[in-house]
Design a protein around this ligand. Structure first.
Ligand code: NDP
Length: 470
């Protein structure tokens, strides 16, 4: 029997924390999990303020495009209008259901759930600040053989005049009233997704990005192609632009732009990156090393410089994606408490950060896995690029001018497909499957030997025959 209260104390009930707590408990460890929001707030950013509600709003926005497209297929009648309050309420109900599912899963696995703010204290200690039923503050101290920091991240808004008028992705889901005029600042996943979602929901959206093109780091050709499609769908995209200040005016918010432009808005969303949630955790008290932006530094085993203290997910600011946090959590549990039977194959070997697929849930969506053309050229030298651009069959009747772009990047020496990129409907669903083939080392010859599913967009990935001459 360990001399400690718990074998594992998890701080934070988001994707990484919940997965680690549940698996460790299933493997027989005595596990506690503390979440500031309590059991009702389990699920972290992904469930409460990120992936899930975002995707639900994405679906809502896509209906708007579908109603427009339906006319060409013979559907008649007035286009339905959005009941924003109903969307918000239905989303909230679904998120509450998910919170409860998470709590049930943890309890069923035998995890002790604490509703409070946990702070590192001394060696292998955790101090928990709670709120008692009578409103008074309570304090409890625990010891644990291992502590896992899984506190995630939070939106970061830079300092500027009028910053207090800006909202973040934390507030966008429950805005009241619906923002008819929305300004979005940033050019990453969150900015592009919300700019596209609110365009679809019927807002007039202006997206302000400081650089030459949004989605820095993605394949250049795809970035330009996707941005042009979003503009066609109604987005006002301003590149090489920035906000000087925001002030309240008689007509909502006045946004002054660099170079003298002015925008009137009902809301200004800043999606300019996220920072690790480390405030008040007591990292400096126990000497946990942090990076330049406060993130917890870990080694290849998610171990901090302090023995017994580990960290996974967004708080480490490595790859901020839910599936990555889940995989990291499984790695930690496997190392500390033995092999998890339900762990995926990914958790059996060392975590591979190469070839992580991802998608930007815009309309049309963008998804990719592997190297961009530029990165492949730099890393491999001789590469072959295959490209297909077309109007999807659906839009022959919908009348929409939207186009799809698919691209393969192939290593000239080994024939392996090292990059796969797509802008178009269902891009995330399509790319996920091809990511498995690429993980298995598929060559272009194997793609060529694969029979397509006809008619589909995905079949283009196995029917590209002529490499581009460049
Ligand atoms: P990102 O880091 O992806 O993008 C931040 C954006 O803000 C960049 O365009 C950046 O410009 C810009 N920016 C940064 N600082 C400033 C500033 N001071 N002034 C103006 N612009 C600025 O962060 P996000 O907030 O979009 O998302 C955070 C993370 O969440 C992502 O990295 C991703 O891992 C994850 N995520 C994933 C999703 C998915 O998988 N679909 C969805 C949503 C989030 P520049 O490029 O010039 O630096």
């Amino acid at each position: 029997m360990s001399k400690h209260d718990f074998d594992l104390f998890v701080i934070g009930g988001g994707s990484g924390g919940v997965r680690a707590a549940r698996l460790a408990a299933q493997l027989g460890a005595r596990v506690a999990l503390a979440e500031t929001l309590g059991p009702e707030g389990l699920g972290g950013t992904c469930v409460n303020l990120g992936c899930i509600p975002k995707k639900l709003y994405r679906y809502a926005a896509d209906f708007s495009h579908a109603f427009d497209d339906a006319r060409g297929f013979g559907w008649q009648g007035d286009k339905p209008s959005l009941n924003w309050a109903a969307l918000k309420a239905n989303r909230a109900q679904e998120i509450n259901r998910l919170n409860a599912v998470y709590a049930d899963l943890l309890r069923a696995a035998g995890v002790t759930l604490f509703d409070g703010f946990a702070r590192l204290q001394g060696e292998r200690g955790v101090a928990l600040a709670t709120l008692n039923a009578d409103g008074s503050a309570g304090h409890r101290n625990f010891s644990a053989e291992h502590i896992l920091i899984a506190t995630g991240g939070t939106p970061h808004v830079p300092h500027f005049q009028g910053r207090e008028h800006a909202i973040t992705s934390n507030e966008i889901f429950d805005l009241e009233p619906f923002p008819q005029r929305l300004v979005v600042v940033g050019g990453g996943y969150i900015a592009c997704e919300f700019a596209s979602i609110f365009t679809g929901l019927g807002a007039r959206v202006t997206q302000i990005y400081r650089g030459e093109q949004v989605l820095r780091g993605f394949d250049d050709e795809l970035r330009h192609f996707a941005a042009a499609e979003w503009v066609k769908a109604g987005l006002d995209l301003r590149l090489n632009s920035g906000v000087v200040d925001i002030r309240r005016s008689a007509d909502g918010l006045q946004v002054d732009l660099e170079g003298g432009g002015v925008l009137q808005a009902d809301a200004v969303l800043y999606a300019t990156g996220r920072r690790a949630n480390v405030q008040g955790l007591g990292l400096e008290l126990v000497g946990v090393a942090q990076g330049a932006q406060g993130e917890v530094l870990v080694d290849a085993h998610y171990q901090t410089n302090v023995p017994g203290i580990h960290a996974v997910g967004d708080v480490t600011q490595r790859v901020q994606l839910t599936p990555v946090a889940l995989a990291e959590a499984m790695q930690v549990v496997q190392r500390l408490f033995g092999s998890a039977p339900q762990a995926s194959a990914q958790a059996v070997g060392a975590m591979d950060y190469e070839g992580i697929p991802s998608a930007v849930f815009t309309h049309p969506a963008l998804a990719c896995v592997g190297l961009t053309e530029a990165a492949a050229r730099e890393r491999l030298g001789q590469i072959k690029v295959f490209r297909s651009e077309f109007k999807a069959l659906k839009h022959t009747l919908s009348g929409r001018s939207e186009r799809t772009l698919m691209k393969l990047v192939v290593d000239g020496a080994s024939d392996r497909v090292v990059g796969l990129h797509m802008v178009g409907a269902d891009a995330a669903e399509i790319v996920q499957g091809f990511a498995v083939a690429m993980k298995a080392g598929a060559t272009k010859a194997m793609f060529d030997a694969t029979i397509g599913i006809h008619p589909s967009a995905a079949e283009e990935f196995v029917t590209m025959r002529a490499a581009l001459l460049r």
